[in-house]
Design a binder for this molecule. Structure first.
Ligand code: PMP
Length: 403
């Protein structure tokens, strides 16, 4: 008998599990709206032109890179999110390490928090608060590092918008010095972001309650097409002088999904702690995977550090985000023209890769079984997976499912 005969099968992942159902469906006209990966208008994976260009130059060698990653990449990444003039960068109180994309940044950050975050207010293990709902992997990433995970109210399904009062109340009522995960922009899965006014109120509560913020930035530049606009919340928090962590992903905005390009930054109160924080992050990285992969970070570093390539990248960000916004508009119009029961205006109001359609589990399953359209069971559909050709099919499916 096997050593593993007692091992139960793990439940399928709420997102990747649907993607594998899709792969196994023999239907030709099937449509995958489950995974957040950009597709061009022919439904094909897209490599950015600027990435292709940079890839023409072969890597100088395949040596190991440092535990903390490529320094020119790390600097450029944190400048991208905080802005070149950020006070914390000027005062050298920011630590940045390269990570295995956004997930890896969250995981290493979580590991550090579990080892070193000791809020004075309590002797208990610190708890991480994630929005309800949140990206399906957040809970698992923090739990596997040994942190407790709880939720704060985020979304109001009736208004299809951020539940501002619920959110502020929850952040006020949870224990002080809690760890708060905030999606920097394009909240996944709801596509609903706080207004600037609400961000200010969130910051006030965070300061008052001395919470520790962990920003998750997976969509900078990809959401609105504007790198500055999508960094608004992170920069406002940085300017207030509080300490925080930031996880950055270059999966979506550079289309480097499988290359695993990301960064984890600690914005600290003063520069005296920087060397210790950096060395402990390197220790964590060493024991988890030794050092990060080189290829994707080299590509990203060249684009971020070369003004001509950077401009070309910004143009492509506009194209990708523009195509997604167009899909939203077409889907909305298609539902209106079919007189599909319900108010679908949230589809065009939401921002980022996904639309939180409001379809329930039964309707989602119906779409999968009858129309071979795959989306996650919470009703989230990737707008980036739609094309001019497939919008009518999706609209027909929704129309049928809600009738
Ligand atoms: N956070 C959020 C909110 C996300 O949507 C994603 C990507 N789906 C990630 C983190 C991490 O993705 P990756 O590890 O591919 O960068």
């Amino acid at each position: 008998t096997s050593h593993w005969s007692h091992v139960p099968a793990a439940p399928p992942d709420s997102i990747l599990g649907i993607a594998s159902l899709y792969r196994n469906d023999p239907e030709k006209k099937k449509l995958n709206l489950s995974v957040g990966a950009y597709r061009d208008d022919n439904g094909n994976p897209a490599v950015l032109r600027v990435v292709r260009k940079v890839e023409q130059e072969p890597a100088p060698d395949h040596e190991y890179i440092p535990m903390a990653g490529i320094p020119s990449f790390c600097q450029a990444a944190v400048q991208l999110i905080l802005g070149e003039k950020a006070q914390s960068i000027k005062e050298k109180r920011v630590v940045t390490v390269q990570s295995l994309s956004g997930t890896g940044a969250l995981r290493v950050g979580a590991e550090f928090l579990c080892q070193f975050y000791r809020p004075a207010a309590t002797t208990e293990k610190p708890c991480v608060y994630i929005p309800r709902p949140s990206w399906g992997n957040h809970r698992k990433v923090f739990q596997s590092a040994g942190l407790k995970v709880s939720e704060y109210k985020y979304f109001d399904p009736v208004s299809c918008d951020v539940d501002a009062k619920g959110l502020l109340d929850d952040l006020t009522n949870i224990p002080s010095q809690s760890i708060i995960v905030l999606h920097a922009c394009a909240h996944n899965p709801t596509g609903a972001d706080p207004s600037k006014q609400l961000w200010k109120q969130i910051l006030q509560v965070v300061i008052q309650k001395q919470h520790l913020v962990f920003f998750d930035s997976a969509y900078q530049g990809f959401a609105s097409g504007d790198l500055e606009k999508d960094a608004f919340a992170v920069r406002m928090f940085e300017q207030s002088g509080i300490e925080m962590l930031i996880a950055q992903s270059f999966a979506k905005n550079m289309g480097l999904y499988g290359e695993r390009v990301g960064a984890l930054s600690f914005v600290c109160k003063d520069s005296s702690v920087v060397a210790s924080v950096q060395s402990q992050l390197e220790t964590i990285i060493r024991s988890m995977y030794s050092s990060p992969p080189a290829n994707g970070a080299r590509i990203a570093s060249r684009i971020l550090n070369n003004p001509v390539l950077f401009e070309e990248w910004k143009q492509e960000l506009l194209e990708m985000s523009g195509r997604i916004q167009e899909m939203r508009k077409l889907l909305f119009e298609a539902l209106v023209s079919r007189k599909t029961p319900g108010d679908w205006s949230h589809i065009t109001k939401q921002i980022g890769m996904f639309s939180f359609t409001g379809l329930n589990v039964e309707q989602v399953r119906y779409l999968r079984e009858k129309y071979h359209i795959y989306m996650t069971e919470d009703g989230r559909a990737s707008m980036a997976g739609l094309s001019r050709e497939t919008v009518p099919l999706f609209a027909d499916g929704i129309h049928d499912a809600v009738l």
